[in-house]
Design a protein around this ligand. Structure first.
Ligand SMILES: NC(=O)c1ccc[n+]([C@@H]2O[C@H](COP(=O)([O-])OP(=O)(O)OC[C@H]3O[C@@H](n4cnc5c(N)ncnc54)[C@H](O)[C@@H]3O)[C@@H](O)[C@H]2O)c1
Length: 257
């Protein structure tokens, strides 16, 4: 039998939030699996994405470039996608990893907190999907992988806006999967449990919260970015060609209870 590849050789992948955490690891893993990668990062943090791109290129032999991107500005998203296409001629894979959080009891969430989280995690993510899909539709194929979260399928305290944004990502992923399936575009999401990254320093450095997370996790450990990168590469690869609209939980068994 001839099984579809779990690699992404020769493909072009763009990763939002590529300068840090899961996005950086996803770009690295996609390059290791054969893709050329474009790392999008906020303009004032572009240096760290450039540094990551240099490390990825020398470690994998693939091309890796950093481009400025603010997902809260549709003009910036358009230039990011145009820049990727200008550089590589097309766009096969988009990983939406740009994300933010503000942990606060629901009664203390301000309108500004709410807009900050929803604008990046849900609205920005949607317009990145839209801009990439416009290119992918021309090619009649593409893979979009959205970073949802375990908090897209279960609630947690002090995360009203975050949980709302990630629940939105889970169902937006289904809606786009249905709409763009006729164009050969697969839209899926990955839902990680708590992973050690700069985003989770405030959460995981609180001993009580850390213990609560471990208690809820049958596999008994906090995640690493490497745990998530494999799921992203799989969903981007031909091995996942018949999977769309799905959220693949990388949750250590949290939701198996
Ligand atoms: N770390 C976790 O435990 C965890 C768990 C589940 C889901 N996630 C999700 O994974 C994604 C990546 O998170 P992470 O842990 O790697 O965080 P991180 O803070 O390490 O990385 C997030 C990246 O997004 C970038 N970013 C923020 N606002 C942006 C904007 N407006 N435009 C463009 N880029 C922007 C940041 O500069 C940063 O590079 C997020 O969507 C997050 O919600 C993380």
């Amino acid at each position: 039998m001839d099984f579809p590849s779990s690699r992404v050789d020769g493909q072009i992948a763009a990763v939002t939030g590529g300068g840090s955490g899961i996005g950086r690891a996803a770009a690295w893993a996609l390059a290791r699996a054969g893709a050329d990668v474009v790392l999008g990062e906020l303009p004032h943090l572009i240096g760290r994405a450039e540094e990551a791109a240099d490390q990825i290129a020398s470690a994998t032999g693939r091309q890796a470039v950093a481009l400025p991107l603010d997902v809260t500005r549709t003009a910036s998203i358009a230039s990011f996608v145009a820049g990727a296409v200008e550089r590589f001629g097309r766009l096969d894979i988009l990983v939406n990893s740009a994300g933010v959080n503000r942990t606060r009891p629901a009664l203390e969430v301000t309108e500004e907190d709410w807009d900050f989280v929803l604008d990046v995690n849900l609205k920005g993510l949607f317009f990145c999907c839209q801009a990439a899909a416009r290119e992918m539709i021309k090619q009649k194929r593409g893979k979009i992988i959205n970073l949802a979260s375990i908090n897209g399928v279960v609630g947690y305290v002090k995360r009203a806006a975050y949980c709302a944004s990630k629940g939105g990502v889970v169902n937006l992923t289904r809606a786009l999967a249905i709409e763009w399936a006729p164009h050969g575009i697969n839209v899926n999401a990955v839902g990680p449990t708590y992973i050690e990254t700069p985003l989770t320093v405030p959460t995981l450095s609180d001993p009580e919260t850390r213990a609560d997370i471990l208690r809820r996790t049958p596999l008994g450990r906090i995640g690493r970015v490497e745990d998530v990168a494999g799921a992203i590469v799989f969903l981007a690869s031909p091995a996942a060609d018949l999977i769309t609209g799905h959220t693949l939980l990388v949750d250590g068994g949290w939701t198996a209870w």
